[in-house]
Design a protein around this ligand. Structure first.
Ligand code: UD1
Length: 428
């Protein structure tokens, strides 16, 4: 199994270009199921999760072409199956994103129920209740979600627009309803919708395809259903830059006392995170084409609490915790989104970090002198935190099970090397 061997400490400096966002590329690929015309996407990141989504779509008879490394043409003109099998769904929870499009276009879907994962239970009850409200009949049998829309007359069953109010914002839940509503009869209003930039990006793509969507990026999204959607036409839809990848490399700049610029990163998507970096004493600058983070004064501990966008993203909590091990004083990190998202704390402690976890709160005391050791990655973002710590730890840190990292970071070893880190991918 692949591992990263990191020799530290190092000081990172240089410029990287942000990849397209994983969490926008996956729903964009699923959106192509809504139409029989080709959907062309640009800035699709080279990630294991994108390969998994490709396999999932291909299993349904969808053609996915790669005419250039970051370009995909997704052609769902000949869908032969409306099933998402357990073997693929269990490796990638985002597979649930095919549910809304399949029900909307074909009036039926059979999607394996995603299980829990390392960071928590992660139910999809809100997705299912919303689709029911739109008129789908949902049954869960033998681990599969069966969704069906009754026909009226000939043809496939069609969903009916309604008002859906989420009790709390859900990102993929909002996207699934958005997909379903584009082809529904009448108007759908999504209240308390997720406001993440990736939701906005997906809405932009749907609009390109002929959907009538307003309010994406705000808590209320309105969708006027149309009879059919088209493809993207001659020019592709460009996936929004990955704010989590950008934030991770900016944190790498800060933790190593270096100077890192991520071009194409959008400061407005990273507001709460950049604000926390500033409060911690890092230099933060918005450049013409991105964001720069550099050492300015010794880091100081700051408190953060994760929250739905525009709050501090849960997907950057682990990386920020790693950073706080190098800050003076005590930092209090509260995780409000997922119930078990401090698995990295125990591993960071093996490198010498002083972290105490009590329920949904982590208390970090720093600065700690970290020493290299073997550590094991538990999930995608936790793995990134271990790599960040490895960059400042003295000696060799072996981060095991980096298949988690490959799900969400393209060529992380190469990219860190380009900034001056000593990172090797080995079999370990
Ligand atoms: C998405 C992101 C993930 C990020 C998360 C939170 C993708 C592919 N993944 O995941 O990287 O960590 O947003 O920003 O975009 N919940 C329910 N019932 C549901 C749905 C969600 O109880 O039906 C709960 C979850 O358990 C969690 C919270 O709502 O506590 C937020 O989850 P949600 O926003 O849905 O996360 P994902 O869309 O799975």
């Amino acid at each position: 199994m692949d591992a990263f061997l990191i020799k530290g400490p190092s000081r990172l400096s240089g410029t990287l270009r942000a990849s397209g966002a994983k969490n926008a590329a996956l729903p964009a690929m699923a959106a192509a199921l809504l139409t029989d015309a080709p959907v062309t996407l640009e800035e699709v990141p080279d990630l294991a999760d994108v390969d998994t989504m490709t396999r999932l779509l291909e299993g349904m008879g969808v053609l996915v072409a790669t005419p250039a490394p970051s370009r995909r043409i997704v052609d769902a003109s000949r869908v032969t199956s409306t099933e998402a099998p357990y073997d693929l769904v269990r490796t990638m929870r985002a597979s649930i994103l095919v549910l809304g499009p399949l029900v909307a276009r074909f009036g039926e879907a059979r999607v394996s129920l995603p299980g829990g994962c390392a960071i928590g239970v992660r139910p999809v009850d809100l997705h299912l209740r919303a689709l029911e409200a739109l008129g789908a009949r949902i049954a869960v049998e033998k681990g599969y979600i069966h969704a069906h829309v009754s026909r009226v007359g000939r043809g496939t069953g069609r969903l009916t627009g309604t008002t859906i109010r989420f009790p709390s914002p859900t990102v993929t839940g909002t996207e699934n309803v958005l997909f379903a509503a584009t082809l529904a009869r009448g108007t759908t209003v999504i209240e308390n919708a997720a406001r993440e930039p990736e939701v906005e990006d997906v809405a932009l793509l749907l609009t390109r395809m002929g959907a009538r969507v307003t309010g994406a990026g705000t808590p209320t999204i309105t969708v006027e259903g149309v009879e059919r959607l088209s493809g993207t036409g001659p020019s592709p839809h460009t996936i929004v830059p990955d704010r989590i990848e950008a934030g991770t490399y900016l944190a790498a700049g800060a933790i190593t006392g270096g100077d890192v610029t991520v071009s194409r990163a959008r400061a407005r998507d990273l507001g709460a995170f950049l604000d926390a970096l500033r409060r911690a004493g890092a230099g933060v600058e918005t450049t013409e084409d991105g964001v720069r983070v550099f050492a300015s004064r010794p880091l100081e501990g700051v408190d953060i609490e994760t929250a739905p966008h525009p709050g501090f993203p849960t997907d950057l909590q682990a990386q920020f915790l790693a950073l706080m091990t190098q800050a003076k004083g005590t930092s209090r990190l509260v995780e409000t989104i997922f119930e078990n998202r401090f698995l990295h704390a125990v591993e960071l402690a093996r490198l010498g970090a002083d972290v105490r976890v009590e329920g949904r709160t982590a208390l970090v005391r720093g600065p700690s002198k970290l020493e290299g050791a073997p550590v094991t990655a538990s999930d995608l973002r936790a793995s990134a935190a271990l790599v960040l710590a490895g960059l400042v730890a003295r000696g060799e840190t072996l981060v095991r099970r980096i298949y988690h990292l490959d799900r969400g970071y393209a060529a992380m070893d190469q990219r860190l090397r380009s900034l001056g880190a000593s990172v090797e991918r080995i079999d370990g």
